[in-house]
Ligand binder design. Structure first.
Ligand SMILES: [Zn+2]
Length: 95
């Protein structure tokens, strides 16, 4: 079973567990994913930095999706200054 939902903020299709529950919604989940909700809350006063943050989230999701697809183990961190830290976890590399 693959229940997914499109996040209104970052436009990514994510598993339902990435969305907080809401009784007001038909599908029982809020419109924005957990990360967007968190980032939105953290950067609410500044509209500009919020959009930068959303871009950073969107980019980090995209990187994550691509890396998953390519089976590259990575650590992705969205920083408060809207930069993204991507660390490739090198496993056994055949030289
Ligand atoms: Zn989102």
């Amino acid at each position: 079973m693959a229940d997914t939902k499109l996040c209104r903020a970052c436009d990514n299709e994510l598993p339902l567990e990435e969305f907080h529950r809401s009784n007001n919604r038909a599908d029982g989940r809020v419109a924005k994913c957990k990360l967007c909700t968190k980032m939105n809350r953290a950067t609410k006063p500044a509209t500009k930095s919020r959009s930068v943050s959303l871009t950073a989230i969107r980019l980090s999701r995209a990187i994550n999706t691509v890396c998953k697809r390519l089976r590259i183990p990575v650590d992705i961190k969205v920083n408060n200054d809207a930069t993204i830290t991507v660390t490739i976890k090198e496993e056994s590399s055949d030289e």
